[in-house]
Design a protein around this ligand. Structure first.
Ligand SMILES: [Zn+2]
Length: 141
């Protein structure tokens, strides 16, 4: 490697990539196809770490306990949309998108335990009848 300084190496490879874009893109595609499983695991790990980071930031803003009962086991705490529409938001933006939005707009959200979140969704009619009553739970859009 002719460049001992990291900045020089980065500049060299950036320039090389711009001169050999097709060659580099083909190489990347080949590497991606060959290591698809590893790439997916790596991306899933990154997404998991990001969700954890944003959820902790939201807990710092809103408190890490259920707004109704005070339950505080973080594993069962969920982000609730105060004005409803959370299911649609999750479908549109994904869980990471919802958490990012919640950190930017904490006044639109609250923290609920899983039980109270589901009870609220059931009472607001965001989900269908209980699957124990014979019908499978169904999201109403
Ligand atoms: Zn609760």
């Amino acid at each position: 490697m002719p460049h001992k300084l990291k900045e020089d190496r980065i500049a060299y490879w950036r320039e090389y990539r711009s001169r050999n874009r097709d060659k580099c893109n083909a190489w990347e595609r080949k590497r991606y196809a060959k290591n698809l499983q590893e790439v997916r695991v790596c991306r899933a790990g990154y997404a998991r770490a990001s969700r954890r980071k944003f959820k902790e930031a939201l807990f710092a803003l809103l408190g890490a306990e259920c707004a109704v009962c005070g339950f505080n086991d973080r594993r069962a705490l969920q982000v609730d949309h105060l004005n409803g529409g959370g299911k649609k938001h999750y479908i549109k933006s994904g869980s990471l998108g919802v958490l990012r939005h919640a950190v930017k707009n904490p006044s639109e959200y609250q923290i609920l335990c899983a039980n109270h979140n589901w009870i609220k969704m059931r009472e607001k009619g965001e989900v269908g009848p209980c699957q124990h009553s014979g019908n499978r739970a169904k999201v109403i859009s």
